[in-house]
Design a protein. Structure first.
Length: 499
């Protein structure tokens, strides 16, 4: 049985290879032979996630024709990649990308640390901001006032409080997507929503198509559920979604689910335009794939002149092909563990029925707090405070990184909470490891890829600003210099691994 889950065509691979900037030979050394340069180019594409792990590569003859090189050159490059653990082959099944077994490079820095344990450490591990006061306090006070009638009940509401389900349905309807309360289930955060969806639709061994890179915690949740992840590479820059590749993957791999973050993608910050959204829905419907859309970042648009595209679910208003996940955690506060699912009524009923074997329901007091915010207009005012804070932090962080780390490459997103940066040829995992020694904690790129991709990247969230952002960038620059001046041969080996 073939081990590949997607395929890369010869023309596509040739285009990706030609888009790479050549690495100059050090000290006037001769350039490597053609097969070595080709092997290095494919290896870098895998490590950056631009070619997914477990992607079938074109046959030697096809790639040779697309690159205008000899078949011998391609055969030697493939053999080199097999020897290094970046390619596997089987007679009759072709060759597909992989990463070396037992890769020792760590992928650290995403799970939250207790605030009291941080000390002088600047924590850029989590994309979460402090609560937008006074709205948290007001919401909890309002919830306490409304709690007594619920205290006389058993307190279990597997689908969510009826009042909050109505409120969320009304908000979708106001956005132009007619929605009934029966199409809403309230969950314990977006993670609770995704866990329920994965267990209902994607049993052990089922395929789930995911963006590459994608949100690390969701990837881990899917792995824990036993799913087989099919990565679909994001394009360079903030354009994001390569629709021909998505159509091909959905057609060839036939995944049960596809998970996308179309609104200020985590980690890249990309925003899908309306045509991309329409095309994703059409491709999923054609393939019989359920498209799960994560909207947790949707309200964090940070530019006044940005006209937001219509929600993805507007192209499937009945919810037959699209399931939408929302949350209060990013737009309001991570400590407010309230999420929700919008889908067809029959899907909601199935999710609710399955929930009896999980968490039974979501805390009543927090649901009342979110409902109070949305009913009184406090939600909009709190989210506006969040936008101002995130915008100021983003601008401070961008300026600091450009000043302290001028060889790092990134594009400034127009929303969300994260900056996705290529770390100047350094190993993101080593940078994360050394960074903690000098007092800054960042998540390395492989956390956001499938099976070791994105080794040359780090994610920087907009969680600090002002002098703290300046200091964070300065500490990252120190970590980078420590890697550059490591023991003889170490720095060269690190750069060789990612470049």
């Amino acid at each position: 049985m073939a081990q590949w889950t997607s395929a890369v065509g010869a023309t596509q691979l040739a285009r990706l290879i030609s888009s790479q900037q050549p690495v100059p030979a050090a000290g006037g050394a001769r350039r490597p032979p053609a097969y070595r340069a080709l092997a290095d180019g494919i290896r870098l594409l895998v490590l950056e996630g631009r070619v997914p792990v477990a992607a079938r590569l074109p046959a030697e003859r096809e790639l040779a024709a697309a690159l205008s090189v000899s078949r011998t050159t391609v055969a030697a490059a493939y053999e080199a990649l097999r020897g290094e653990g970046f390619l596997e082959s089987r007679r009759g099944a072709g060759s597909w990308t992989s990463v070396p077994a037992g890769n020792p490079l760590p992928a650290r820095g995403l799970e939250p640390l207790p605030p009291e344990s941080l000390g002088s450490l600047i924590d850029l591990g989590c994309a979460a901001l402090p609560a937008p006061e006074p709205w948290l306090t007001r919401a909890v006070q309002g919830a306490l006032e409304e709690l007594p009638p619920y205290a006389h009940t058993h307190g279990d509401y597997p689908a969510g409080l009826p009042a909050l389900r109505r409120m969320l349905a009304e908000r979708y309807t106001a956005r132009g997507i007619p929605t009934m309360p029966e199409q809403i289930m309230v969950t314990t955060g977006a993670m609770g929503a995704m866990d329920a969806i994965c267990h209902l639709f994607a049993g052990r061994g089922e395929r789930i198509a995911v963006e590459s890179p994608s949100y690390a915690n969701i990837l881990q949740l899917m792995r824990a559920a036993g799913a087989r992840l099919v990565p679909v590479a994001m394009t360079d820059g903030l354009g994001g979604w390569d629709l021909p590749v998505w159509r091909q993957v959905l057609r060839d791999a036939a995944p049960r689910l596809a998970y996308v973050v179309a609104d200020f993608h985590n980690p890249t910050g990309a925003l899908a335009d309306e045509e991309q959204r329409r095309a994703l829905v059409e491709a999923a419907r054609s393939a019989g794939t359920v498209l799960v859309v994560d909207e947790t970042m949707i309200e964090l648009h940070l530019e006044d002149d940005l006209e937001m595209p219509r929600p993805v679910c507007s192209f499937d208003p009945a919810g037959s092909s699209v399931i939408t996940v929302g949350s209060a955690s990013k737009a309001f506060w991570a400590g407010m563990r309230i999420g929700w699912v919008r889908a067809a009524p029959d899907v909601i009923r199935s999710l609710v029925a399955a929930r009896a074997y999980a968490d039974l329901g979501t805390p009543v007091l927090e649901q009342l707090a979110v409902n109070w915010l949305m009913r009184t207009g406090g939600w909009e005012q709190a989210v506006e405070l969040r936008r101002v804070q995130a915008r100021d932090n983003r601008d401070a962080l961008v300026a600091a990184v450009r000043r302290e780390l001028p060889d790092w490459e990134f594009e400034v997103p127009r929303g969300g909470l994260t900056l996705w940066a290529r770390a100047g040829g350094l190993s993101g995992s080593r940078l994360a490891e050394v960074g903690e020694r000098v007092g800054v904690r960042v998540p390395s790129g492989p956390r956001f890829g499938v099976d070791g991709a994105f080794e040359g990247y780090v994610r920087l969230p907009f969680t600090v600003g002002g002098p703290v952002a300046d200091e964070a960038a300065a500490r990252l620059a120190t970590a980078g210099r420590m890697l550059d001046t490591a023991a003889p041969g170490t720095a060269e080996a690190l750069r060789t691994f990612v470049a």
